[in-house]
Design a protein around this ligand. Structure first.
Ligand SMILES: CC(C)(COP(=O)(O)OP(=O)(O)OC[C@H]1O[C@@H](n2cnc3c(N)ncnc32)[C@H](O)[C@@H]1OP(=O)(O)O)[C@@H](O)C(=O)NCCC(=O)NCCS
Length: 168
């Protein structure tokens, strides 16, 4: 598949909600959440005024001129919050673009950016009911450090130590 990974442009930040919606993801066989869920304050944290906080950073996947995936980081008091020096990461692709190796390339580029900016660690949360996504993060070195009741279900909090790592 022909795709390009690049910085997301500020005029595209409005699309982050679509990717957050994909990341919230109905577990296989489960009921898909209504998009209204995005209005909850705990989910607004991920996208509201994106680009205005120092650690905000976002990469986009572009296919045929359209953004089909995003990976972003922000220091925020979300479900995977560790401390005020540890960014939380979100990644999502639209379903047609999953399973082609794009997500691995995208997240590694973001992890390399975090290493370059001297962040020591990065966290995320993943629904317990999606073991294949947990596996995706474990392959990159993320480890489960806790559990949290997320928006709709129990989630693992995962942490990756970035010190001495090279994701090139
Ligand atoms: C999770 C995600 C970013 C992975 O990116 P990807 O490009 O599909 O993954 P890659 O092709 O690089 O790697 C494949 C691995 O990702 C994992 N994976 C997770 N979700 C997947 C999905 N929906 N489709 C395919 N692979 C998926 C599997 O471990 C897979 O390994 P396997 O082939 O050995 O089973 C992407 O699948 C996605 O956006 N899924 C929907 C949204 C989501 O779940 N976001 C994370 C919320 S915590």
């Amino acid at each position: 598949m022909d795709y390009k990974i690049r910085e997301m442009r500020p005029n595209e930040y409005c699309e982050l909600e679509n990717f957050l919606y994909e990341a919230i993801h109905a577990p296989e066989g489960g009921v898909k959440h209504s998009r209204d869920i995005l209005n909850l304050p705990e989910l607004q944290l991920y996208t509201k005024n994106f680009g205005t906080q120092p650690a905000d950073d976002c990469l986009a996947v572009e296919v045929a001129g359209k953004v089909v995936g995003a990976c972003w980081v922000r220091i925020m008091n979300d479900f995977s919050h560790i401390d005020d020096k540890t960014p939380s990461l979100v990644i999502a692709l639209y379903p047609d673009f999953c399973g082609h190796g794009i997500g691995s390339k995208l997240i590694k580029k973001m992890l390399a950016r975090l290493v370059n900016k001297n962040f020591k660690q990065v966290s995320l949360s993943v629904q317990k009911s999606i073991p294949k996504t947990k596996k995706f993060y474990e392959r990159l070195g993320f480890k489960v450090v806790g559990e949290v009741l997320g928006e709709t279900e129990l989630e693992f909090v995962m942490l990756l130590n970035l010190e001495g790592k090279n994701f090139a």
